[in-house]
Structures are given as C-alpha cells and as structure tokens.
Design a protein around this ligand. Structure first.
Ligand code: SF4
Length: 198
C-alpha cells in the first residue's frame, strides 16, 4: 500500500527505464516522508486545541527513571527500519526512530511511527471480533475457530479448494509465510500470494 501511495504522490521520483517504470528508492522514500510530514502537520492543525492540550499534558519528555534503550526493528513491514525502544521495568513505554539506522535513515513511515501502539493502544485487539448486525462483538477463540473452520469446509465442499485465495501480508514473518504456504498446499490450492504483489 505504501508503495502505491509513493507512486501516485511523487511523480518526480519515478524513473522511466525504457519499458518499465521504476521508482528511485532514495527520492521516493524522501518524498514520501515529506508528504507524510506535511499530512501530519495539516492533521495537527485540524485538531482541536482541547485535544492538543490533553496530548501535551500526557506527554513525558524525559526518560523514565531507570529505563533503558533497546535497539530493535519495526515489524510492520519487511523494510526493517530501526527503532530505539525505551523500556521501563520490562515494559516498552516509548519509541524513537533510530536516526543512524542504515534502513530507516532518520525517519519512520506513518505505520512505524506508531509501532508502540501495537503494545500500548487501548484499541489493541485482544480477542477475535465478529460483526453482528453491523456491530463488532468480542467472541471466544473456540467460537471463532469453530465458525471459521465450518465456513471453510462449507466453501470447499460447495466450490472446491480453488474457491479460496490465501493472501500473505507484509506484517508476517518468514515462518508465518511458510505456514500460510503450507496451509494452502494442504488445502489443495495454488492460490497463494503476497499482498505486495497484488
Ligand atoms: S517504519 Fe516500519 S512499516 Fe514503515 S517502512 Fe519502516 S519497517 Fe516498514
């Protein structure tokens, strides 16, 4: 998704190399970051003063006492940008971009900038959710697994194994990608691909 945004929004970063149109990764990335920053700035202006004040009041600018900085990698996609994670009492409390990281080179994309939300966001999904009459409802893992497997079996019996497509994500690890591929093979279909190719 990020790549298609870059392609649309950054004409100057596109190099025409004869038959194929490719991106200049350096220019494309920088342009994307500038556009992201501009969008963030406009969004910030649009926020109410009340909300901005609340956010500033909750913000803590100095390190937590006794915290340590752990260098890690953003797992949102396969690019692998660097994160400096502040860890306090074993809990990830804050993040900064690893400015000298050879991949991120001083910035994160909008997904990586909020990577800590995977851990701290109150909106983080902790249970399977099912939409019932237009509203999301938390259900148990047993119920979710039973309903999904019943539906899968139903699709397979009525329409055959090729009625299903298995789509991997940039978020999955090598091991998860291997499992998705294996599952598709056991299922009996070659309909397996990756989101970035589609
Ligand atoms: S910050 Fe994370 S999601 Fe964004 S490009 Fe880097 S690795 Fe991918």
């Amino acid at each position: 998704m990020a790549r298609s945004k870059i392609r649309k929004s950054s004409k100057s970063s596109v190099m025409n190399t004869g038959r194929r149109v490719t991106l200049n990764p350096k220019l494309a990335r920088r342009s994307f970051l500038k556009i992201s920053a501009a969008t963030a700035a406009l969004t910030g202006v649009a926020m109410t003063t009340k909300l901005t004040k609340k956010a500033h009041a909750a913000g803590k600018t100095t390190p937590y006492e006794g915290s340590k900085t752990v260098r890690t990698i953003c797992t949102y996609c396969a690019v692998g940008c660097g994160i400096e994670a502040e860890v306090h009492n074993g809990v990830w409390v804050r993040q900064e971009v690893a400015a000298d990281h050879p991949v991120s080179r001083g910035a994160h994309c909008c997904k990586g900038a909020g990577a800590i939300d995977m851990v701290t966001s109150p909106k983080r999904m902790k249970k399977p959710m099912k939409r019932v009459n237009g509203k999301w409802k938390a259900i148990s893992w047993d119920t979710a697994m039973t309903e999904i497997t019943d539906k899968l079996k139903d699709i397979r019996e009525k329409n055959g194994p090729d009625a299903l497509h298995f789509n991997g994500s940039a978020k999955v690890s090598n091991e998860m990608a291997y499992q998705i591929r294996k599952f598709a093979a056991f299922w009996g279909s070659n309909n397996v691909d990756h989101q970035a190719r589609i």
